[in-house]
Design a protein around this ligand. Structure first.
Ligand code: CAA
Length: 258
């Protein structure tokens, strides 16, 4: 399907969404968010897809919500459409694993959608920030909450209050990104990582994602109980039988996603 603001590609079992508003540094307009939502719907419905990569350009993953689009909003405009929940949270609701491959600027809403993904692979050129304060507003797509969970209160507070950007090295040190790779290798590395994830039992990757995410929503006791229930349920899958048989027989497993 053709989109105006993104490019959606399928490479084997990997779905790739490239944010594509180069003239606006991939600013997240309502149209772009709608396109992203549709692409995610398609990839979620496609049984072949086991992992999704969301990426931008060399210069910008995304430079935030579209300032020109929202500059004139009234309180009622924002309130009635529940701006910024309208469509944005689709990414956070995705059940299949999603990797953000970030080069260049990931600012404001750009940093926030990267954090909605399951993990962030960063190019050595990546720059993360929540600069909303410098334009008289504040993060509105989860930045104050998710950034704080990733990097702790002190760094999150400093970044949200000053708008200071974090480079890739600091982001890795602080736990915001899982790995930093040379910019030229970013997309290939993200796809390679996504292919590895997609080669596992797809339902089990989804359960694993659900369980890790639960760590942010509940107490340790309840989280461990939740994990145990899902862990037990994996023994009802054909893929657990196949995976363990393959280990014992010293061969590669052939998962059927059942
Ligand atoms: N919205 C709309 N347009 C944007 C944009 C944004 N967030 N970011 C960049 N652009 C546009 C610029 O207006 C410019 O367009 P024109 O050529 O038509 O003037 C084009 O993209 C290129 O940008 P610059 O000329 O500014 O490029 P630069 O290399 O000099 O600077 C930058 C790059 C530092 C990222 C700078 O563009 C910038 O500061 N952008 C805004 C960052 C920001 O404040 N983001 C937060 C937005 S609010 C938000 O996201 C709310 C939320 O929580 C969801």
């Amino acid at each position: 399907m053709g989109y105006e603001n993104i490019i959606a590609d399928k490479r084997g079992a990997v779905g790739i969404v490239t944010l594509n508003r180069p003239k606006a540094l991939n600013a997240l307009s309502a149209g772009l968010i709608a396109d992203l939502g549709k692409a995610l719907d398609d990839f979620e419905a496609d049984a072949e897809i086991g992992c999704i990569v969301v990426t931008g350009s060399e210069k910008a993953f995304a430079a935030g919500a579209d300032i020109k689009e929202m500059a004139g909003f009234s309180y009622m405009d924002a309130y009635k459409r529940d701006f910024i929940t309208d469509g944005w949270e689709r990414l956070a609701q995705c059940r299949k694993p999603v990797i953000a491959a970030v080069a260049g600027y990931a600012l404001g809403g750009g940093c926030e959608i990267a954090m909605m993904c399951d993990f962030i692979l960063a190019a050595d050129t990546a720059k993360f920030g929540q600069p909303e304060i410098t334009i008289g507003t504040m993060p509105g797509a989860g930045g104050t909450q998710r950034l704080t969970r990733f990097v702790g209160k002190s760094k999150a507070m400093e970044m949200c209050l000053t708008g200071r950007m974090m480079d890739a090295e600091e982001a890795e040190r602080a736990g915001l990104v899982s790995r930093v790779v040379p910019a030229a290798e970013l997309v290939d590395e993200a796809i390679k990582t996504a292919e590895r994830i997609a080669s596992m039992s797809k339902p089990v990757t989804m359960m694993t994602k659900e369980s890790v995410n639960r760590a942010y929503e509940t107490t340790l006791t309840e989280g461990v109980r939740f994990e145990r229930r899902l862990f037990h349920s994996t023994f009802a899958t054909a893929d657990q039988k196949e995976g363990m048989a393959a280990f014992v027989e010293k061969r590669k497993p052939a998962f059927k996603d059942e």
